[in-house]
Design a protein around this ligand. Structure first.
Ligand code: GLU
Length: 488
């Protein structure tokens, strides 16, 4: 079998956390690799030493693994094109800068930061696009040698050819064209000897035999510089696919100000990885029909770059919440049980106190009502402890002057039942209502308030069965003692 020629990479700069936009880029690369039986490479682009953050790489890898996006090559995973961390490849970039200098496709620039700043201000005043003015391109060989000998710091700039069209095909956007006039003589090697993103990115994509560059739209304007570099080296270009921007609901660019952007924030808030992946997959891609719920395995089969659209994708948290509900709802009991136990323990409760059977019954009762694991204790705290207080609005609406007396009768009747199930509770309540000559509602509503402290939840008789007879009667007793009818 011949190896698939498809090789893609996710190339994050380790800034300390994984942005949801980064997760989308990683996911689309991963899915594209899976779909084409290709390889998914993780490359760490850490040549901006000023932005170095301790532990960021490990954090990133941990988050990708949490999401289920295993990479075939990368730090810790091995592969033939390593090292996969750019700061360990600086010699390669230096050699390639040398090649460009020899080909006169790049030149050394000795301009000081002060001079560049002055130039920029001048251009601004004259309303010109800020661009390097090529002072150092005009230096003679002698001047260059002199500067080097005297140890003057320098950068290496790319020499953008004059008056050429720079065009490329983008799988998502079609033909894209820039004119070289619009392109600055980009710095390729900084004065600290480290390459800029542009040089390192192109050199690595070539040496790592990347076939498709799939990345966010914010990199589209860098692509002509990359195209020129491929041309200068005489290398074949990969195919490009620039993914649509992620937008806030008001269609501004997705920002921290309007919500969380770190994948870890969503993890901490209790989102399931299945829901987040499903949600992120739909930010720019659609299956071409009405389906919305996908597992990662289904996405691996369905995904295609052809179905990614150009228009910005709105990040709608409501939809994410809905997907979380859907994925949580379809999880097997055993998995939900494990998560619920973990949640109880984290909230300071001992899961063993309840026992698995009890918790499984709670899960069955609440399955259609919870979007998050934390909803078990937030929406139905009464399964884990007797109510401390009773909802005043429900007292006002449902607790009548006679309610205490009615519930007391009902408690007496319940006490006579032997291991009651739903039906027995229900029959007993109906008989009591009849003997009191009141409607069932006169008992049902105060009873719900007494056992749960609330006015809504799963079926009342289901709650009673789960709590058990003793506890039900105990709660009726405390409610009678503690609830005072609201003043009329
Ligand atoms: N290091 C860039 C980033 O942080 C990679 C862009 C690209 O994929 O070319 O997103």
């Amino acid at each position: 079998m011949t190896e698939s020629p498809v090789r893609v990479r996710f190339a994050p700069s380790p800034t300390g956390y994984l942005h949801v936009g980064g997760l989308r880029t990683a996911l689309y690369n991963y899915l594209f690799a899976k779909k084409s039986s290709g390889r998914f490479v993780l490359r760490i682009e850490d040549t901006d030493r000023g932005r170095y953050v301790e532990g960021a790489v490990q954090n990133l890898i941990k988050t990708l693994k949490w999401a289920g996006l295993d990479f075939d090559e990368g730090p810790g995973a091995g592969g033939e094109s390593g090292p996969y961390i750019q700061s360990e490849r600086t010699e390669l970039y230096r050699q390639h800068a040398e090649i460009l200098l020899e080909k006169k496709a790049a030149y050394r620039c000795f301009c000081t930061p002060d001079r560049l700043e002055q130039m920029r201000r001048e251009q601004e005043k004259q309303k010109l696009t800020p661009k390097y003015d090529r002072t150092c391109l005009r230096l003679s060989e002698d001047e260059i040698r002199e500067n080097l000998n005297s140890g003057k710091p320098f950068v290496v700039r790319m020499k953008v050819p004059d008056d050429v069209n720079v065009s490329f095909n983008d799988i998502i956007r079609g033909d894209v064209e820039f004119h070289s006039r619009q392109i600055d003589d980009q710095v390729l090697i900084k004065s600290d000897g480290y390459p800029t993103y542009h040089l390192a990115n192109v050199v690595d994509d070539h040496h790592m035999r990347i076939s498709h560059v799939i990345r966010g739209e914010e990199w589209l304007s860098s692509t002509p510089k990359h195209v020129l570099l491929y041309r200068a080296f005489g290398w074949e270009m990969p195919q490009f696919a620039h993914l649509p921007l992620l937008l806030n609901p008001d269609r501004s660019k997705l920002s921290k100000r309007q919500g969380d952007v770190a994948v870890e924030d969503y993890q901490q808030k209790g989102y399931l990885k299945e829901a987040l992946i499903n949600f992120i997959a739909l930010l720019g891609w659609n299956p071409g029909d009405e389906r919305e719920i996908f597992s990662l395995a289904e996405l691996e089969k369905e995904f295609s770059l052809e179905r990614v659209n150009k228009a910005g994708a709105v990040f709608n948290v409501e939809k994410l919440n809905w997907l979380n509900f859907q994925h949580l709802r379809s999880k097997p009991d055993g998995e939900v049980l494990a998560m619920l136990k973990e949640h109880l323990a984290k909230s300071g409760m001992d899961p063993a106190k309840f026992g698995d059977d009890y918790l499984l019954r709670v899960i069955t009762a609440m399955r259609e009502r919870v979007s998050f694991i934390k909803d078990y204790t937030e929406k139905s705290p009464y399964f884990f402890r007797a109510p401390n207080e009773y909802d005043p609005a429900i007292i006002k609406k449902r607790w009548k002057p006679q309610s205490a007396e009615y519930l007391s009768k009902l408690g007496e009747q319940f006490a006579k039942l032997a291991s009651p199930q739903k039906q027995e509770y229900e029959d007993s309540l109906h008989r009591t209502a009849e003997s009191l000559k009141v409607g069932n509602g006169e008992l049902i509503h105060p009873l719900r308030l007494a056992v749960s402290g609330m006015g809504e939840g799963p079926g009342l008789f289901d709650i009673l069965v789960i709590l058990g007879k003793e506890e039900t009667i105990r709660r009726i007793g405390s409610a009678i003692d503690r609830i005072k009818p609201a003043a009329a």
